[in-house]
Write a protein that binds this ligand. Structure first.
Ligand code: S3P
Length: 171
């Protein structure tokens, strides 16, 4: 199979890291997780970067990472952070990096998945449901614009998702 990169985008809790890991495993590709790479570089948790250096510093780190990944050897699956494709510059870089797949997961399912999560600074504090709904509405058009392919995740097994990505994005 031709060496190509797959870039997974989508809202927090959409399943980017889990699907990415399984996809990479299935096709003997390397798995890269943008949040984990940034945490490694900063030697800090994402929540600490937000708290100590501010969201803008984190967003800059995301853009730097996109630029770096353009030069990375081909044949990897990248799980992005939920905000990564929102900057136009990043969206353009991601399209150059590989096939961009938007994991479309609805807000009610997202809420169910992130219910007990404390690692995501944008969802911290009260009114989580309102936050998710508002952010989702604001971001959806940008995800759609950034995507080469939209994969609806509802009711699909990981196997079905991987087969769908392979059929539509890896030839
Ligand atoms: C963010 C999503 C997070 C992480 C950071 C900001 C966002 O990644 O990058 O907390 O803006 O949506 P996940 O999508 O993996 O949760």
């Amino acid at each position: 199979m031709k060496k190509t990169n797959i870039v997974l985008i989508g809202f927090m809790g959409a399943g980017k890291s889990t699907v990415g890991r399984k996809l990479a495993g299935a096709f003997d590709m390397k798995f890269l997780d943008a949040d984990a790479l940034i945490e490694k570089k900063y030697k800090m948790k994402i929540s600490a970067i937000f708290a100590e250096q501010g969201e803008e510093a984190f967003r800059k780190a995301e853009t730097d990472l996109c630029r770096q990944l353009l030069k990375h050897e081909k044949g990897f699956v990248l799980a992005t952070g939920g905000g990564m494709p929102l900057r136009k510059e990043n969206a353009e870089l991601l399209k150059q990096i590989g096939k961009v797949v938007f994991l479309y997961t609805k807000p009610d399912e997202i809420l169910r998945r992130v219910k007990n999560d404390t690692s995501r600074p944008l969802l911290s504090g009260p009114d989580r449901e309102e936050k998710v709904n508002a952010l989702f509405e604001e971001r959806l058009p940008k995800y759609l614009e950034a995507a080469d392919y939209v994969l609806e995740t509802e009711g699909k097994s990981f196997y079905a998702m991987i087969v769908e990505i392979q059929k539509n994005c890896m030839k």
